[in-house]
Ligand binder design. Structure first.
Ligand SMILES: Cc1ncc(COP(=O)(O)O)c(C=O)c1O
Length: 393
């Protein structure tokens, strides 16, 4: 299947489907005729095998309480082992209705009110809220930014941990919105600091399968041959990979027995016993048959990124298109062309786009916007042409 055929078969118009990205425009942005490039889901229908598996299950017609089969664990473990050398054992796995929910549970299971939790900003805004909403102290450490590329500043991280007595670090890997796939070396450095100061690491790896370049994604739990497994809790899901967010099904992987016991005690207080049957059906089908479909999605995202970067570099050479190693979300630094306080007016009123604004991810990122590239290339063209036309005015 070539790219055109893929787009023809899988692109869908989501208007009128209770879709947050399009049907929620009016509520979020005050107008509904913008091109929606916010919300991190895709404009593509998921792969046929997932749809077929869900239809088959629907025809069976019973949606009662469900358990997790041996086959499910095997398929999940195979996916993780084959792609990331992380053969996940059944005993380590727990389930949640989403990765952000799981972060909230980890905060509650492993820290107390007032304890410090660290995030590396700019970062996905629910990371901020989930800490403050649970009455923990939010410690924000800025990533270093240089010419469209973000890196971790280890010295500042260590100082922040010591000064605030940080108990838990919420890692984002690959990182939304800065698009980094952290190398094993980078992860080793930050994990070593966490080990030294007894910081538990909750690694949100929901974007693990959306890797665009040559640099491999490395789960925190396998860094240095698993040296940090006793301080790492991994969260992941097939939801970004196969566009399944509202099936509400994600994994919590806790390798260390003691940590798992603490979590299980917490979970029993929540009465967490059930899993989403459709989430399981879809995840199983995706991990079994979905790799080819995923390859097509990654090709579209890569092409969208290349087109956007080439055109913007050519026409607006001072506009920074941040590197995109992973995720389908790209950060643009518009500050050379638009006054930061004018960004919303520029993007929405003049360019007619609905995007995520930099300041949602961190207060020093006024003038940055995040665009979703898992979409119709025609929308990317529209966005690029409007940005160029309005910036050149
Ligand atoms: C890093 C990260 N974690 C979690 C989520 C949301 O996951 P869930 O819907 O499973 O809570 C997103 C969605 O964009 C994300 O980027």
């Amino acid at each position: 299947m070539d790219k055109q055929e893929f787009l023809h078969r899988y692109l869908v118009d989501r208007h009128g489907t209770d879709c947050t990205k399009w049907d929620g425009l009016k509520e979020k942005f005050g107008e509904s005729d913008l091109i929606a490039m916010w919300v991190a889901d895709m404009e593509f229908k998921t792969c046929d095998e997932i749809v077929n598996a869900m239809v088959k299950r629907t025809h069976q017609g019973v949606f009662g309480y469900s358990c997790v089969s041996e086959e499910y664990y095997q398929i999940f473990s195979n996916w993780m082992d084959r792609r990331y050398h992380f053969p996940v054992q059944k005993e380590w796995v727990r389930f949640s209705t989403g990765c952000v929910t799981a972060i909230a549970w980890m905060i509650n299971a492993f820290t107390r009110t007032g304890d410090a939790c660290m995030i590396l900003t700019p970062v996905y805004y629910p990371f901020h809220n989930v800490v403050t909403n649970n009455e923990r102290k939010l410690v924000k450490v800025e990533l270093a930014y240089n010419d469209g590329y973000f890196t971790m500043d280890y010295e500042t991280i260590e100082k922040a941990i010591v000064n605030n007595q940080v108990k838990l670090f919420i890692q984002c890997s690959p990182h939304n919105p800065v698009g980094r796939v952290w190398s094993e070396e980078e992860l080793e450095k930050v994990l070593a600091i966490c080990r030294k100061h007894n910081v538990l690491v909750v690694s949100d790896e929901i974007h693990q399968d959306i890797v665009l370049g040559d640099k491999p994604f490395v789960p925190a739990a396998v860094v240095s041959k698993g040296k940090y497994q006793d301080i790492v809790i991994t969260l992941n899901s097939a939801s970004k990979t196969f566009n399944l967010a509202t099936l509400l099904h994600s994994h919590i992987i806790i390798i260390n027995d003691e940590l798992r016991m603490i979590y299980d005690k917490f979970a029993s207080a929540l009465n967490r016993t059930e899993v989403s049957v459709m989430g399981m059906v879809a995840t199983k089908a995706g991990y079994t048959y979905g790799e080819e479909w995923l390859g097509h999605v990654l090709d579209v995202v890569r092409d969208n990124y290349q087109y956007l970067r080439n055109e913007l570099n050519k026409r607006l050479p001072k506009l920074k298109v941040c590197a995109l190693e992973g995720t389908y979300l790209v950060l643009l630094d518009l500050r050379s062309y638009v006054e930061p306080e004018q960004t919303m007016d520029f993007v929405q009123r003049r360019c007619r786009l609905a995007v995520d604004y930099g300041e949602w991810f961190g207060e020093n990122y006024h003038g940055f916007i995040r665009l979703n590239l898992a979409t119709d290339p025609a929308f990317i063209k529209y966005a690029v042409e409007n940005i160029i036309a309005n910036a050149e005015k």
